[in-house]
Design a protein around this ligand. Structure first.
Ligand code: GCU
Ligand code: CA
Length: 126
């Protein structure tokens, strides 16, 4: 099973846009193109043991974007978002992390000047 958390229901440091196709829900998070811009999901249900987080993203540039992952404020690694064919093409980036059994806060913070890729949703597989 997997729980999906749409970007439009989280805190997008930028704008929730709908000008590219293929996203789920009502839009996606277009973070500001700057180092440090972020997307945060709160109220993410955890489970005992490690879970796989899947970030659905589009990167219509020709350059990989990177972002740091924090779970409940603690550093949990760096994610690479390789270019997708266009801003209308979406791909998955995954990370396996431990969560608290209750609710969790998960954040991606851009590590380079382009901002994060566009972000459609976070899924927690369990
Ligand atoms: C384009 C694109 C945006 C994207 C941005 C970026 O402007 O339309 O959706 O967020 O590039 O480079 O991050
Ligand atoms: Ca952007």
């Amino acid at each position: 099973a997997a729980d999906r958390y749409e970007a439009e229901n989280g805190a997008c440091q930028g704008t929730i846009d709908s000008n590219h196709t293929g996203y789920s829900g009502t839009g996606f998070c277009n973070t500001t193109n700057a180092t440090g811009s972020s997307m945060e999901w709160t109220g993410v249900q955890g489970f005992s043991g490690d879970v796989t987080l899947t970030f659905r993203y589009a990167n219509g540039t020709t350059t990989t974007r990177t972002a740091t992952l924090t779970v409940n404020g603690a550093a949990a690694g760096t994610l690479s978002f390789a270019p997708t064919a266009s801003w209308d093409t979406w791909a998955d980036a995954t990370a396996t992390v431990p969560l608290n059994a209750g609710t969790n806060t998960i954040r991606l913070t851009s590590a380079d000047a382009g901002g994060t890729p566009n972000l459609d949703y976070l899924e927690v597989a369990h």
